[in-house]
Every structure is written in structure tokens, then in C-alpha cells.
Design a protein around this ligand. Structure first.
Ligand code: UDP
Length: 240
């Protein structure tokens, strides 16, 4: 029994990178395999792609660049990642398409359109949303919450390098406790950094669960959560 019909997977740019390459073909293969095992269960999959492996607006503006220009560059970085991921899907016979939060000409990708995205998902395509919300001053986490609402996704999966949400950073604090579940209110109150507050607030207002899980553990963890296994940390209105 599968618990979800349509899911939104938020991938940070770092999901595609390695110590050698900003966009690493082995990491692309890993993502393809994770997505394939979830598609095999019959769920529809949309992806919001991050860009932090290439550029982040905040890092560019810290170097002196205009903040808005930095965010434009960050959003364009997500388009590059999305194109690389879509290409990897196509090479593995997984139909996919890229949509962008702002229009890009030249046949590069399509502008975001919620009803077209829903139709393509229903037809079995993986739809990759790029360019975040299309506006500066947001993150791709917020874009994930927004797109999930717009396409009627049942849940947002946030893939990270850690296996869930902890009371403090488990890399720095050996006494950190992992939460199985949390409410949106407590995630916001505790200032949990794994997603930004705007994303938590949007999901809370629209009653869309978030599940934080590790991409590194194995290629089946996403599929196993979809099958109902208790993996990672879920954030919801009720915290169950
Ligand atoms: N960004 C933006 N508006 C959005 C989403 C992203 O301006 O709606 C810019 C912002 O500069 C951000 C960059 O794009 O730093 C890359 O996105 P993000 O940092 O969320 O990528 P991730 O950390 O997920 O790889």
C-alpha cells in the first residue's frame, strides 16, 4: 500500500555535487536511482531543484555583489542543475521536463504553469521546477512549499545529508536527539534550520506534511518512506 499519490521532492544543489565536481555524474545516477525506485511504486514525482552547489545569492552579496543580482544568479544556477538532472532522467528512459519560475527563451525550458505541470505529472513525467519562486529574496525551500501547494502534492520530501531533524547539529553535538516527528509550530519556535521558516509556515497554512530524510543512506529510503516505513522526521500540523 502506497501512502501518497503525488509527492514533491526538494533536492539541494549539493545533492548533485561531489568534492570533485559541481555537477557529478555519479550523483546524478544516484538521484535517478532514488527517483526510479519511487516511480516504480506508482507515485507522481515533482522536484524542486536547488542551486547552492553552484551559486547562492547570500555568498555573492557577501563578496559585495548587489543582493538582487546575486539572487538572480542563484536562481539561474538552479536552472543549470535542473537541465542536468532532466538530461540524466532522459538518458535513463525516465520522461521528464523542466519548468522555470521565470520565462527563459530559446527552447531551454518551459515557464512554470501549475495546470500543465499537473497534466504532465499525471502522464507519468517527472517535472523539475527550477528558478525557485522566480523572485529574489526567497529560497528553494520556500519554492518547494509553494510548488507543492500549487500542484496539490500530498507531501514535501526534503533530502539532506542527515537522517532527520535533531535537537541540535548532530555533527557538532554528540548529545543531539533525533525527532521522529514535530509540529510546524515547534519547528518554527525552535528555529529548526533544516528548512526556512517561510517554508514551514506555508506548509502549516496549507496542511502539507514535510518529511526530512537522508539521501545518503541508501537508494531505497524515499521508496520505503512512501511505502509507510518510519524513516526520517516528519513535520506536520499535529506532529504525529
Ligand atoms: N533563489 C532566489 N529565489 C528563490 C529561490 C532561490 O533568489 O525563490 C536564489 C538564492 O540566491 C539562493 C539560490 O537561488 O541562494 C540557490 O537556491 P538555494 O540556496 O535555496 O539552493 P539549495 O541550498 O537548495 O541548493
Amino acid at each position: 500500500m502506497v501512502s501518497y499519490r503525488r509527492i514533491l521532492l526538494k533536492l539541494s544543489g549539493e545533492a548533485l555535487s561531489s568534492s570533485n565536481q559541481n555537477i557529478d555524474s555519479e550523483m546524478l545516477k544516484k538521484v535517478v536511482s532514488i527517483v526510479q525506485s519511487a516511480l516504480d511504486l506508482g507515485v507522481e514525482i515533482a522536484i524542486v531543484m536547488g542551486g547552492g552547489n553552484l551559486y547562492r545569492g547570500a555568498s555573492l552579496s557577501a563578496e559585495g555583489m548587489d543582493k538582487i543580482t546575486g539572487d538572480h544568479i542563484g536562481m539561474l544556477a538552479t536552472v543549470m542543475n535542473a537541465l542536468a538532472l532532466s538530461d540524466a532522467f532522459e538518458r535513463n528512459k525516465i520522461p521528464s521536463m523542466v519548468m522555470s519560475g521565470f520565462p527563459i527563451g530559446g527552447g531551454v525550458c518551459e515557464p512554470f504553469n501549475h495546470s500543465k505541470a499537473k497534466n504532465e505529472l499525471a502522464n507519468g513525467k517527472v517535472v523539475i521546477f527550477s528558478a525557485g519562486t522566480g523572485s529574489p529574496c526567497f529560497t528553494t525551500d520556500t519554492a518547494a512549499a509553494l510548488r507543492a501547494i500549487e500542484i496539490g502534492a500530498d507531501i514535501v520530501f526534503k533530502a539532506t545529508k542527515v537522517d532527520g531533524i535533531y535537537s541540535s547539529d548532530p555533527m557538532q553535538d554528540p548529545s543531539a536527539i533525533k525527532y521522529d516527528s514535530l509540529t510546524f509550530d515547534s519547528a518554527i519556535e525552535q528555529n529548526i534550520k533544516v528548512m526556512d521558516t517561510a517554508a514551514f509556515a506555508l506548509c502549516r497554512e496549507n496542511n502539507i506534511k514535510i518529511c526530512v530524510f537522508s539521501m545518503l543512506e541508501d537508494n531505497y529510503s524515499l521508496a520505503n518512506i512512501i511505502k509507510g516505513h518510519a524513516i526520517g522526521t516528519t513535520v506536520s500540523q499535529t506532529g504525529d
